[in-house]
Design a protein around this ligand. Structure first.
Ligand code: ARG
Ligand code: ZN
Length: 878
């Protein structure tokens, strides 16, 4: 078998034929569903009259094929594993086909499959070709009419996109519903759901007075877990009207929760399908983080109705056109709805850990890739999150008013079309008059740019000279990098006054907070009339997705931590200060030298806990009291030493807890509350602050803290508190306490798959050395299944994030992951390819681990691989 070949952006050709209308009839059966399609097709004007008709199709059994009612003979077409080519067709015709598919055998969860007995679909990116023969590409947009036939008992509910227009009874206990979607759409937005579902219904009146019915469809036992998603949906609809002037465009909007789903959710027109983990919440079963995640994903999918559905992507290289923009939209929504600084801190700290690692690894790719083997491998942090950062920079560069005008133009000009990233950026350039030529490099150049900054205060002339030098490290296939247009938001904080100084650049007063534009490899900015020596506050609010290096002293950082007017940089100063201390401790651990705590960190924490900090936004304070994660610390090291990192971080946590025991206890006590649970920003802030404090106290296994944890795992508490306390117990050395608590929790929640996922994760993320055996044991647990992506992520995926245990020096952690990847490669290639990621980062580790990790990659490569896993493994070993 030959290796899978890549597709190139430069090979893009417009389609020779368009589909003006698609009519589908599904006769549902688990092993033998029949799909009839009638496509109205027209040749495009520019196309060659002899162009063949190319239809994708995979895992389909062809039953019949006809043009304008006349069956085709076998010599008139060519059929292979990837599709169908009809050699000669008229300029305008209807194509009728019938195929058979087996939803119950579909473990890849792409196309039509079964989940907990119900039928559902996932077509993005290329799943529709597993449903019928079709030009499965986003630049072919058609209106759809869909008839779904099912068993009236087993599938009382039959859903598809758009509006229901007809329903009726049929023979043999079967019934049907016919759906009509008037908005032309690419087939990746097609959806069908059938099963024994129950709904919660609400209404929304749009800004023009249209009444929309809102429905959330779930299994019966989950009817009490939909309230938050419904409230989030209504808030999203209002926000998009107020912020972007965008209104919903059908009479019905449906969300369906399914248990087996590869990703978070999918924006199918009028029928969003969600991973149950991304929609269901209840105070007893979901944490604050889960509530916020649901709100963000509901918003994200809803916002796609405009940024994605009404205006879609020309080809899959443009994926970030809809995803980057929509993530930016959902981030802004969540910031407006909750604590804006905390939302930014959370997003950036995740981004700098996970996206930076991706951008530095063997699968690094630009926000707009120029080739791929398997597009599902490109639903990445780079396309989504870096894409969002690029849109955020655009918005900041042109200003909100011009950005909003540009967005209006984009939605109006390209409504009903499939377009490119240039089309989007051009609207912004037009609306603002800015030259965004150099800026476009952000879309084509992979890798994280690094800025080396250096500043000098000239007392004699009252000037501050800031030199910024940029470089982007080479990434696979891109050795030469060009300078980017990088907006650096900054301030100069006076060391005497503690205030932001006015920035004057080339005679122009810019205010106390301004953006300097770095365009060249190196630039020096000379600020004049700087009355006192300042500490620069650079990259405020993370104004560009780059690494900023500045030789801050610990005193500078302690100063910024308390004086910077930018909340994000105050937090970041604390992170940098902690990093410097951690670096010393990592070195001490490696050299076998006694570890000594940096008292400047202790002092800073004390100030936060007692002084000015105590009155600050509690949610921000909780973030400031949180040390950089082991993964983020690892990201900063030239060679990752997992054990030294773990030891150093634990040492800091324990030192802080010993030194500030009473302060942490006071914060814990002051933020406990008996209020009934609500996912409000105020309550969430208090819970997170209280739980951060409890975490420190448990680092020294304080007796009173243990008692609080035991009390907090008791039934009357919400899941945020229960889960946190249980995690602290299980991650402590007190197995005498955690064993019974874990057992009780597992028994209590055995019936709830989303809670059992948490139960798995808590156990396999503990630092104690018994974890590998636990993972093996839990993989045999009745609540575990390799066929369910949430379970795989909760158990095996979470284990691979357990730094000390996954990276054990006997290589057993790597072998376990490889075994699961090999098995999943056959069942669900998309999930298998994602799961292998930690092994692809082998270059970051010491030689012994490198060899062990490579060995497992080689072992995987020996297998007959899906193109998904092949692409990732081949890149990792290149
Ligand atoms: N468009 C969806 C979203 O971002 C994700 C779909 C991913 N599909 C896939 N096969 N990976 O909301
Ligand atoms: Zn999306």
């Amino acid at each position: 078998m030959s290796d899978p070949q890549p597709v190139y952006l430069s090979d893009y050709q417009p389609p020779a034929y368009r589909v003006t209308h698609t009519e589908l009839t599904f006769d549902l059966d688990p092993a033998a569903t029949r799909v009839k399609a009638r496509l109205l097709i027209e040749r495009n004007d520019q196309a060659d009259g002899k162009a063949p008709l190319v239809l994708e199709g995979e895992h389909l059994t062809l039953i019949s094929l006809a043009i304008d009612g006349t069956p085709l003979t076998e010599s008139e077409y060519r059929l292979d594993d990837h599709g169908l080519e009809i050699h000669a067709v008229p300029a305008s015709f209807s194509l009728e086909s019938e195929v058979e598919i087996a939803p119950s055998a579909n473990t890849a969860l792409e196309g039509l499959y079964q989940s907990s007995g119900m039928y559902c679909t996932q077509c993005e990116a290329e799943g529709f070709r597993r449903i019928t023969f079709y030009p499965d590409r986003p630049d072919v947009m058609a209106t759809f009419t869909v008839t779904v036939i099912g068993d009236a008992q087993r599938e009382p509910v039959l859903l598809a996109n758009g509006n229901p227009v007809e329903r009726g009874e049929l023979e043999n206990g079967r019934h049907f519903v016919k759906w009509d979607d008037p908005h032309p759409k690419p087939c990746y937005l097609f959806a069908l759901v059938a099963g024994n579902l129950h709904k919660v219904e609400d209404t929304f009146t749009t800004m023009s007075g249209r009444n929309v019915t809102l429905q959330i469809w779930v299994e019966k036992e989950n009817l009490d877990k939909t309230e938050h998603a419904m409230a989030s949906l209504k808030r999203s609809m209002t926000w998009d009207e107020q912020t972007y002037g965008r209104e919903y465009d059908l009479d019905l909007f449906m969300i369906v929760a399914v248990n087996d789903f590869n990703m978070g959710a999918m924006e199918n027109k009028g029928l969003n399908i969600f991973n149950s983990a991304a929609v269901l919440t209840h105070p007893d079963t979901a944490t604050d983080a889960a509530f916020q995640n649901v709100e963000g994903i509901v918003a994200h999918e809803y916002f796609h109705n405009w940024s994605g559905n009404r205006v879609t992507c020309r080809d899959w290289f443009q994926l970030s056109l809809k995803e980057g923009f929509t993530v930016f939209r959902d981030q802004c929504f969540s910031a407006d709805t909750n604590s804006a600084p905390v939302k930014r801190i959370e997003d950036v700290s995740f981004f700098r850990t996970a996206q930076f690692a991706e951008d530095a690894g063997p699968t690094a790719h630009p926000v707009r890739p120029d080739h791929y083997i398997e597009i599902t491998n490109f639903y990445t942090l780079t396309i989504y999150e870096k894409g969002a950062e690029v849109v955020r920079m655009l918005c900041n560069l042109v200003g909100w008013d011009a950005f909003r005008r540009g967005a209006d133009t984009y939605f109006e000009r390209f409504d009903g079309q499939a377009v490119t990233i240039e089309d989007f950026v051009n609207c912004m350039a037009e609306a603002s008059g800015e030259d965004l030529g150099q800026f476009m490099r952000w879309y084509s150049q992979a890798g994280t740019p690094e800025i080396d900054a250096y500043g000098e205060y000239d007392y004699a002339h009252s000037e501050y000279h800031l030199t910024l030098r940029q470089r982007t490290p080479a990434t696979p296939g891109q050795t030469q990098k060009q300078p980017l247009h990088i907006p650096v938001r900054m301030g100069l904080v006076g060391t005497k006054s503690g205030q932001d100084l006015t920035l004057t650049l080339a005679g122009e007063k810019l205010g106390k907070d301004a953006v300097v534009h770095l365009r060249d490899d190196e630039q020096t900015f000379v600020f004049t009339d700087v009355a006192e020596a300042p500490v620069p506050s650079l990259l405020r609010d993370f104004s560009a997705p780059v690494k900023m290096h500045f030789p801050y002293s610990r005193e500078d950082l302690a100063f910024l931590l308390t004086h910077d007017s930018d909340g994000f940089n105050r937090w970041d100063a604390g992170q940098r200060l902690a990093m410097l201390a951690l670096d010393d401790l990592i070195a001490a651990h490696r050299n076998g030298v006694e570890k000594v705590m940096d008292t400047r960190v202790t002092d800073a924490f004390k100030t936060l806990l007692t002084g000015a900090g105590a009155s600050a936004d509690k949610a921000v304070l909780a973030e400031m009291l949180t040390l950089p994660s082991e993964a983020y610390i690892a990201e900063q090291q030239p060679i990752v030493d997992v054990d030294a990192i773990h030891a150093a971080r634990e040492f800091v946590r324990q030192s802080l807890a010993f030194a500030l025991r009473d302060e942490f206890m006071a914060v814990f006590e002051a933020n406990r509350s008996d209020e009934p649970y609500a996912p409000t920003p105020e309550q969430i802030a208090k819970r997170s602050l209280k739980n951060v404090a409890l975490g420190y106290l448990m680092a020294i296994e304080d007796d009173q803290a243990i008692a609080f944890c035991q009390e907090q795992v008791a039934a009357k508490h919400n899941m945020t508190d229960v889960r946190h306390a249980l995690t602290l117990l299980v991650h402590s050395d007190r197995d005498d306490l955690s064993g019974p608590a874990l057992k009780a929790f597992g028994e209590k929640w055995a019936h709830d798959p989303l809670v059992m996922d948490q139960w798995f994760t808590i156990q396999v993320t503990r630092p104690q050395p018994d974890v590998l055996e636990r993972v093996e044991f839990l993989m045999q647990h009745p609540a575990f299944s390799l066929r369910n992506p949430n379970k795989v992520r909760a158990l095996v995926g979470a284990f691979a994030q357990n730094r000390v245990n996954f990276h054990r020096l006997d290589g057993k952690g790597y072998a376990l992951l490889a075994d699961v990847v090999i098995e999943l490669n056959r069942l669900n290639p998309e999930i298998a390819a994602r799961l292998v990621t930690p092994l692809t980062r082998w270059q970051r580790f010491d030689e012994a681990r490198q060899a062990l990790m490579r060995h497992q990659l080689e072992r995987i490569k020996q297998e007959p691989l899906s193109s998904n896993v092949y692409e990732v493994v081949a890149k990792a070993l290149a």
